[in-house]
Design a protein around this ligand. Structure first.
Ligand code: SF4
Length: 359
């Protein structure tokens, strides 16, 4: 069954089975790929870019002064394992997964089951195009309420088209044997029976393999599981009257403090220097405000503000400047045509800002 023109195993001269492993950068996919490497298979990794990945975006924009340097966890995993990593941009096709999930959303805007099906489908296509034999994921039965349940495991295998070429090494012993096991490409006895939400078995296995510096699961890797981000996305769609987005939309949802005082406009107010600099790249596309008399944030105005709205925007911008306790802060408003005006704004007090303005 192993297709021709495969690499030959150096010791046995038998064709070496080839596995493509989904690498998110988290612990589970690291371990799953490592287990299959130990079985003597050739493993390469595939990492899908949806646009909603946390690392490399917000982490790169903010928190620059943290001691621990930020890294791309998927690349780190590939380097730890010594495998080739293919990073594939699926952000355009992913829109349909997010906007029209057949299986609905999880606790927030995360369409996890559809997302899993789609990613395994793309991995399966890649497998066929590149002459690989099977797909490896770090899924564990019972680990996630929506996408990793005993009854959804077959859904992913079926809807992705991967069928029995989809192997989950961390919980394989809890599932029917797959083709790689039946063919003897991997030994089922060497796979695992992890089950449920506890991470202890994974941490013990990581220790066994000598992995220490892996990404912590609590960090979260996808913005769609984040309540605040999901609320901002829902607000964007409600304000537009349609469920659409482009890459700039989802990038801007990742930065700044989002405040919607009126239905026809919202403010994106930078929270720190990194965000200020990043948002400066979007200035020409938005009416924007910055403070002149005191250090303060850049504010982008998304929508169609009138002059009263801009006075309010100036007071809010002043509120988040170093002049928040001053009687007046000079705020410059730059219009879309490049003309500017200055206003002396009284900073709003926290009590004047209704909580439901914050997205
Ligand atoms: S957490 Fe995000 S990337 Fe992971 S399965 Fe859910 S939607 Fe997809």
């Amino acid at each position: 069954m192993v297709p021709e023109n495969k690499q030959m195993d150096e010791t046995t001269h038998a064709p070496q089975p080839r596995a493509i492993a989904l690498i998110s950068g988290g612990l589970d996919s690291l371990l799953a790929a490592r287990v299959i490497l130990a079985e003597g298979c050739h493993v390469e990794g595939i990492n899908f870019y949806t646009g909603f990945c946390v690392e490399g975006h917000t982490h790169a924009i903010r928190q620059r002064k943290l001691k621990k340097p930020k890294r791309n966890d998927a690349l780190w995993v590939a380097a730890e394992l010594g495998i080739e990593l293919h990073i594939v941009d699926i952000s355009e096709e992913y829109k349909d997964v997010l906007i029209n999930p057949r299986h609905g959303y999880g606790a927030h805007m995360n369409p996890c089951l559809d997302c899993k099906c789609f990613m395994v489908k793309k991995a399966h296509e890649w497998m066929l195009e590149n002459g690989f034999d099977f797909i490896v994921t770090g899924e564990v039965v019972g680990q996630r309420p929506k996408s990793q349940r005993r009854d959804t495991m077959p859904v992913v295998a079926r809807e992705s088209g991967a069928g029995n070429r989809l192997l989950r090494p961390l919980c394989a012993q809890n599932l029917p044997p797959t083709l790689p096991e039946e063919k003897g490409w991997v030994n089922r006895e060497n796979l695992y029976d992890f089950n449920g939400r506890s991470r202890k078995p994974q941490m013990a296995l990581a220790a066994q393999f000598g992995f220490t510096d892996y990404a912590q699961p609590s960090g979260g890797c996808c913005f769609l599981t984040d309540a605040q981000y999901s609320a901002k996305l829902a607000d964007l769609w409600a304000a537009r009257g349609e469920r659409t987005y482009d890459m700039d939309d989802i990038m801007l949802l990742k930065v700044g403090r989002h405040i919607r005082p009126r239905s026809h406009f919202k403010l994106i107010i930078a929270r720190e220097e990194g965000e200020n600099n990043f948002m400066a790249g979007y200035r020409r596309r938005f009416v924007h405000l910055d403070t002149v008399s005191h250090p303060g944030p850049l504010t982008l105005v998304d929508g169609t503000p009138n002059s009263d709205d801009l006075d309010l925007a100036a007071r809010l911008t002043a509120r988040f400047s170093k002049g928040r306790d001053a009687n007046s802060v000079t705020v410059r408003i730059t219009h879309l045509d490049g003309t500017t005006q200055s206003v002396d704004a009284t900073p709003m007090s926290p009590e004047e800002i209704p909580q439901d303005w914050y997205l």
